[in-house]
Ligand binder design. Sequence first.
Ligand code: ADP
Ligand code: MG
Length: 400
Amino acid sequence: MAKFRTLDDLGDVTGKVALVRVDLNLPMQDGAVTDDTRVRASAPTILELADKGAKVLLLAHFGRPKGARNSEQSLSMVVGAVQDVLGREVMFVPEVAGDIVAQSVGILRAGDIAILENTRFWPGEEKNDPELAKAIAANGDFFVNDAFSAAHRAHATTEGLARILPAYAGRSMQGELEALDAALGNPAKPVAAVVGGAKVSSKLDVLKHLVTQVDHLIIGGGMANTFLAARGVNVGKSLCEHDLTGTAEQILDTADKSGCTVHLPYDVVVSKEFAANPSSLRTCNVHEVAADEMILDVGPAAVEALGDVLKTCRTLVWNGPMGAFETQPFDAATVALARTAAALTREGSLVSVAGGGDTVAALNHAGVAGDFSYISTAGGAFLEWMEGKELPGVAILLKD
Ligand code: ADP
Ligand code: MG
């Protein structure tokens, strides 16, 4: 992987001002933060900089305020949650640039931490306006990006600042980049990808890219139905994008030419209604799905065979559940395959990287999230990386 600077490359930062881009786009309900995972992800970076004596100014967006200030989306609301995670007092500054920030920097002592206001209150943020970046940079000595989840956007505080100030990857960003490199950049082979989820249409670019990169592509979830339909299988009432069967055929064709083996389920779990433990539940061969049935999970025989595929692989990248895992018993294939991947990872024979909102929920449900080599919570940025796209917030860090 191209080199990027990390906190290890910082000289003496005592009294210097670190502008640190983090992810504080926290889920809230009735004014309270309901999940502080994103704060915990950046806590090591923030505390390391503070302990090295920097004055730490946190930059983050919250929601989509569309370039105007509003009281409902002020980052002042997350100060308490950030203090709780860090175990330190945190100052709030209601601006991102200008005199008020300069005065606050004057008040802060070495090792103090402040949160600046929601960067998206300023239209220049999402436009990556160099004037806004310059104004923010004027109050800092160096820039640290610790928000991989925002790195697929070229915004003033994800890309613009790195053009102006010496820029470093924070520990969370560093961990993410190293894990992603181990999974697809420079992986130990053979490589398997599991792609599932509801629809082919949401992951076309992921599939197109992966077939040129991996040795085994395991397709599950609702999107497998479109591929099965492309192969002439009657999928009954299943979720299926019939208008995309041509595209699915093209993907299978590219896979063939690239030496990628595509694995589609050959047995499936079907039901007449989409409900928990339905009376019409049964397992059958993909060629035996009735016109009034829908495929809601990959079948046990296919799952066992897929486990055997993983045993021959050294690297796994996973996005998307194998079935409608939120509803029992359609979680079975996802849970079983996740447990196989976790066991192989524990044994040291597999590097496993997974990402995606529902995927992370599914792996937590299977109780194995902690056993994977790396779990990305980055959402959109993770998917764009799986599509092989250059992420502007990462690319600028890789430049010398
Ligand atoms: P992620 O958020 O990890 O990227 P997706 O959002 O693409 O994953 O897909 C997750 C959704 O796909 C889940 O809500 C799950 O219920 C649904 N899904 C998986 N398999 C099926 C299926 N066979 N039929 C209908 N929905 C499915
Ligand atoms: Mg999802």
